[in-house]
Design a binder for this molecule. Structure first.
Ligand code: DSN
Length: 435
């Protein structure tokens, strides 16, 4: 990353300025291993901090409910065109504020309240918006859930149980079948889902929030053209601003657009849409294909290192950006909650996560989810991932020893110092103030 952004003054609000400066420092000096996070480029940051935040643009390009949208129209058109070109899609809606609103809009477009939808259960690796009872999705539609196959000694288990998907589809006759996960480490082939959806006359929705960048980078199979609708977030492996988007065939374009606005949202965030346009262009460059391949290699290296330290890997390893660790094999007493807290103290940022059939609650958990997308952006490779695996094991093994935690914190700081995601000053950056 070498694009420069002029540091913007936040001197009128020293309180917020100080907090932002501390957050920049945190991101630069600790390891970012949350599988759903990344470091955007300075260009993406600049677009999302632009004056388009001032603009109301309810509607779509050429059909707005407010005046003054000549530039917003061009920005949104550019974002839509770039999204379609990147993924080979017929239609794109770039207005969803998040992956959750993209999924809700897709349901709103395709089915009626009370209709049956078949999706993966949250505690098996799915997402809240795939029908969790605490989500509006679970309260509005009748969700039926599938999961993964049982764990196997040789690592061949904990795969999406396609037999279960087929059986449930035949008995429950869902109107939509959803593929997509938040804590799943294997490639998801969209074709068997398409076949099952065709057999029972259901729509097929692919939630590509996590693998969107791997799909754009050509290292995972694309669901575009296979699924009826593809939702995704722009801020995970795709490395864009925080937000969502929807791709679909032309014949569904009208109903998808109407579901997003006015169905679900009001004014779109045109500054974020500008940043999405920047990210789509970045992801279309050849270098992004190298990045996507490196993300997968790095996750595999991290998985290998953790396996060598005695951690059981859910699904036996990884083929994407995520590693899901079953902590019980390493230490039966260690919960995901405690592990996350200890790792935080050592400067290793990740999140606790339920593993399939977890006996512990979602707040405590027996698992940790780690991801390679952000630190790959910062430039780390397989050697660094091997070291990170060792550091994680060391700090968790000696979690009651403050001296070891502090020592690992220093090793993390040194490692991060060699892979600064933002070598040039950013708006609000304390380094800019010091100059
Ligand atoms: N919260 C996101 C994740 O971490 O995977 C999904 O919404």
């Amino acid at each position: 990353m070498n694009a420069s952004v002029p540091p913007a003054p936040l001197s009128s609000d020293p309180e917020v300025a100080a907090l932002l400066a501390e957050e920049i420092e945190r991101q630069r000096t600790t390891l970012q291993l949350i599988a759903s996070e990344n470091f955007t480029s300075p260009a993406v940051l600049a677009a999302s901090a632009s004056v388009l935040t001032n603009k109301y643009a309810e509607g779509y390009p050429g059909r707005r409910y407010y005046g003054g949208n000549v530039h917003a129209d061009r920005v949104e058109d550019l974002a839509r065109t770039r999204a379609c070109a990147l993924f080979g899609a017929e239609h794109a809606n770039v207005q969803p504020h998040a992956g959750a609103s993209a999924n809700l809009a897709a349901y709103l477009a395709l089915v009626e309240p009370g209709d049956t939808i078949l999706a993966m259960r949250l505690d098996q690796g799915g997402h809240l918006t795939h029908g969790s009872p605490v989500s509006i999705t679970g309260k509005t539609y009748r969700f039926v859930a599938y999961g993964v196959t049982p764990a196997a000694e040789d690592g061949s288990g904990e795969r999406i149980d396609l037999d279960q998907v087929r059986d449930l589809a035949r008995t429950e006759r869902p109107r939509v079948i959803v593929a997509g996960t938040t804590a799943y480490t294997r490639i998801i082939d969209p074709r068997p889902f398409r076949e099952i959806a065709d057999e029972v006359g259901a729509y097929f929705l692919f939630d590509a929030a996590h693998p969107a960048g791997l799909i754009a980078g050509g290292v995972h199979p694309s669901p575009v053209g296979v699924a009826d609708v593809v939702t995704f977030t722009t801020h995970k492996t795709l490395r864009g601003p925080r937000g969502g988007a929807i791709l679909c065939r032309s014949e569904l374009a009208k109903q998808i657009d109407a579901a997003v606005f006015p169905g679900l949202q009001g004014g779109p965030l045109e500054h974020v849409i500008a940043a999405k346009a920047v990210a789509f262009a970045e992801a279309a460059r050849p270098a992004f294909r190298d990045y996507a391949a490196a993300v997968v290699r790095n996750a595999a290296a991290l998985a290998h290192a953790l396996d060598a330290q005695g951690f059981r890997l859910v699904a036996g390893g990884t083929e994407n950006h995520t590693v899901l660790v079953d902590l019980r094999s390493f230490d039966a007493e260690l919960t995901g909650k405690v592990a996350q807290e200890v790792l935080d103290r050592a400067g290793i940022t990740c999140n606790r996560n339920q593993i399939p059939d977890d006996p512990r609650s979602p707040f405590v958990t027996s698992g940790l989810r780690l991801g390679s997308a952000a630190e790959t952006t910062a430039g780390m490779g397989e050697a660094e991932m091997a070291l990170v695996g060792e550091l994680i094991a060391r700090v968790l093994r000696h979690r009651d020893d403050d001296a070891v935690v502090a020592e690992v914190r220093e090793q993390v700081r040194t490692l991060c110092g060699k892979f600064d995601p933002y070598p040039l000053p950013l708006p609000g950056d304390p380094r800019a103030v010091r100059r």
